[in-house]
Design a protein around this ligand. Sequence first.
Ligand code: UT7
Length: 309
Amino acid sequence: MSNSDMEKLVDTSEEWIIERTGIKERRIADESQAASDLAYEASKIALERAGLQAEDIDLIIVATVTGDMPFPATACFLQNKLGAVNAAGFDINATCSGFLYGLYVADGLIKSGMHRKILVVGAEVLSKITDWDDRTTCVLFGDGAGAVIVGPTEEDRGILSMHINSDGRMWDLLHVPGGGSRNPASKETIDKKLHYIKMKGNETFKVAVRTLEELVVRTLEENGLDSSQLSLLIPHQANLRIIQATADRLKLPFDKVVVNLDKYGNTSAASIPIALDEAVASGRIGKGDYILLEAFGGGLTWASALIKW
Ligand code: UT7
C-alpha cells in the first residue's frame, strides 16, 4: 500500500509521510490471514536455512500484539501448522520490543541448558487493529513476520548481551484500549473504536529518541566496545528520524544502519527479524561481525541485543 493510496483514505500527503516518517510503502495482509499464517511462512524459511526439521524445535516463542485470538497463544497455532510436536509454545506481548524480549528469554533458556533449539518469531497483522480513518496512525503501520532459531554454540560468538526495560507509567502513550478485561468487546467499545491503536505520536517520539540514545551507548559500554567496532545497527523501524538520531548518537555512518521502513512501515515485533533477514541475505553481515539490535515500543518497553555473528 503506497503513500498515494493513503492520500485516498485520509487527509495526508506523500510529502508529509516521507518527511515525517521515511515510509513510502507498507505491506497489508490478506483479509483471511492472521499472525500465525505470516509466522508460519517465516518459520519455514528459518528451519530450512538452519537445516532443521520442525520436530527439532523444543520451544516456540511468538512476539505479537495481533495474535490470531485472545487465546490460545499464536505460538500454539504456529506449532500446529509446523508440526513442531516436540515443542512448547507461548507468546510475548512487549509491542515493538517483543522480538528482542523473545530473544532475551531464548538466550537465557539456551544458556541455562533448559532448551536447545528455540524458534523466536515476530509476527504482526497491525492492519487489523489500525483505524483507517485516523491519519495520525494509519500511515505508519504494516504487516509482516520474521523468525530466527536460537541454539547453543561452543564457538566464540553469539548473543553477547541482552538488555530489556519497561516503564508502565507511560502506558497510555501507545495502546489499544478495547477488547481486554478493562474494556471487554461490546457494541459500545466498537462504536468508540476502542479496539484500534491509539498513539500520542509526538510524545512517544521524544521518549523514544532519548531512551534509545541512552540504551545503545549503555549496551556498548557494558560490553567494552566502541561504536567504531560495530559492523551494523539493526534498529526497530518506527521512524527514520528516530533511527537517524540513534545512529548520530553513536557517530555511526549511515551505511552501517539497516533501514527498510520505506518498504514495510512499522511492523512492530516483526521489524527487527525482517531487517536482520534482509541484512543477512544481502551479505551485509559476516562471521565475527558485531551487530547491535534495538527496539522501543508501547508499554513503554525498550530492549537491545549485542551479537557477535
Ligand atoms: O513503534 C514504536 C513506537 N512508535 C514510535 O516510536 C512512533 C513515534 N512517533 C512518530 O514517529 C511521530 O511522532 C509521528 C510520525 C507519529 C508524527 O510526527 P510528528 O512530527 O511528531 O508530528 P505531530 O504528531 O507533532 O503532528 C504534526 C502535525 C499535526 O498538525 P497540527 O496540529 O500541527 O496542525 C498533525 O495533525 O502533523 C499533523 N499530522 C499529519 N498531517 C498529514 C499527523 N499525521 C498526519 C498525516 N498527514 N498522516
